[in-house]
Design a binder for this molecule. Structure first.
Ligand code: GLY
Length: 412
């Protein structure tokens, strides 16, 4: 049953299939995937080159997945425990989804396998990023039951981080000198794995943990203008909010761009899974905050923080834009009144990202697709460089655009 669903989904978005849409409308999708097809083949040679020259220390760390370009110009590979380990395998599944070509499936299988060891890692909330982007896409497209088992174990592990008193999943275990129970807006993204586990098993634990987390975040993470704090720190004994801060944004009271995008995607997805009107309202408000923001440039690729001090002389964050585009395609299905506007914004983002200002050099830039993302402007790390999650969400946005235009649904 699942396998059939996977094959059907592949057929619906397959780039080789005929489309009802005009060539112009689908050009950006085809062009983006044609580029990705060449560039990711180059990425494999770049990964091999690092893997063939590993130091003993790197061998012990079991690094395998591209994350970003380092300040010295080198390619940084990470191990499964890094929060970014699932994005490269996820991209390869998207390549398989678009092309239907087994070459990409074989590569996706190869790069997905090392992520399995995360299924019992209860020390981080990033399970969704790691496992849903890799195994999740793989399971959706192949129906492989071993993938299902790995995902269910991962979802179970993630629920162990849920704090009853707080009503949310604890995000980080680090920085205990600053925070007791930090919950970050990014964590909204990891709920999709839990909603999936609920649908697979019928176990309401997954649904309740995810929905409580989304409700608690809605209550405490947002300002009156619907911008969000990055980190909210809770007292685990009383559940009370202790601090509202940033970790990667410009300041505690600023709006970190990727955080706003995680919120937009997170509440759009939470609405899909629950149909709770407050989640839809939240997504609409976040979209409005982002896309009416006076600092948002014309190409709709935001600066790394909406209040970064030296705008317009600040780096952009292509990753935030790519995440928002994914969310907007789906949000356009749920809010008829604003559907056209959401789709136009998303289309503008993918056009911008696919253009010369953001596209990496073919057979250069270590095989990344997009330039100009920021990891943490606050600590000046990964400043204005290619970062793997920008590429992942860019391909996801292209697939969602194509599917929305072909079928009326942006849900992959
Ligand atoms: N989840 C971490 C980040 O967005 O950088």
């Amino acid at each position: 049953m699942k396998l059939q669903a996977g094959i059907l989904s592949l057929a619906l978005v397959c780039g080789a299939c005929s489309s009802n849409k005009s060539a112009t409308e689908t050009d950006v999708v085809k062009d983006g995937f044609d580029f990705a097809s060449q560039q990711l083949k180059y990425a494999f040679t770049e990964v091999d080159s690092v893997m063939n020259n590993l130091t003993e220390e790197q061998k012990e760390k079991m690094i395998f997945a591209p994350r970003n370009i380092q300040p010295d110009g080198s390619l940084r590979l990470v191990a499964s425990r890094d929060w970014c380990s699932g994005f490269f395998p996820g991209e390869l599944w998207y390549m398989y989804e678009y092309t239907g070509d087994d070459f990409w499936k074989e590569k996706a299988l190869e790069f997905t396998a090392p992520v399995e060891r995360e299924k019992t890692n209860g020390k981080t909330h990033d399970m969704g990023f790691k496992v849903y982007c890799s195994f999740g896409n793989g399971y959706r497209l192949t129906g492989d039951s071993t993938y299902r088992d790995i995902m269910l174990e991962s979802a179970k592990t993630l629920t162990t981080r849920y704090k009853d008193k707080v009503g949310a999943i604890r995000s980080w275990d680090h920085s205990t000198d600053k925070w007791d129970c930090p919950v970050i807006i990014d964590n909204m993204m990891n709920l999709e794995l839990l909603y999936w586990a609920f649908k697979e098993t019928g176990d309401s634990l997954y649904y309740n943990v995810a929905t409580n987390h989304a409700l608690t975040t809605l209550k405490n993470h947002f300002r009156d203008d619907y911008s969000s704090y990055h980190v909210v720190d809770y007292d685990t004994i009383t559940g009370a909010v202790q601090k509202k801060q940033t970790h990667q944004g410009y300041s505690h009271e600023s709006a970190w761009s990727r955080g706003q995008a995680w919120g937009l995607y997170g509440y759009t997805m939470a609405y899909r899974e629950t149909k709770r009107p407050e989640f839809l309202d939240q997504a609409k408000h976040i979209a409005n905050y982002i896309f009416t923001n006076p600092t948002l440039p014309e190409d709709l690729i935001p600066y790394w923080d909406y209040q970064a001090p030296n705008i317009p002389n600040e780096p952009r964050d292509a990753s935030a834009a790519a995440v928002s585009a994914c969310a907007l395609y789906e949000l356009s299905m749920y809010d008829q009144e604003n559907a056209e506007k959401y789709k136009e914004w998303a289309d503008k983002i993918v056009e911008s990202l696919n253009g010369e200002n953001y596209r990496a050099q073919l057979n250069g830039d270590h095989g990344f697709l997009l330039l100009h993302s920021v990891g943490s402007g606050n600590s000046k790390s990964e400043m204005d460089v290619p970062i793997i999650y920008a590429d992942y969400y860019f391909l996801e946005a292209l697939l969602k655009k194509q599917k929305l235009e072909n079928t009326g649904s942006a849900i992959l």
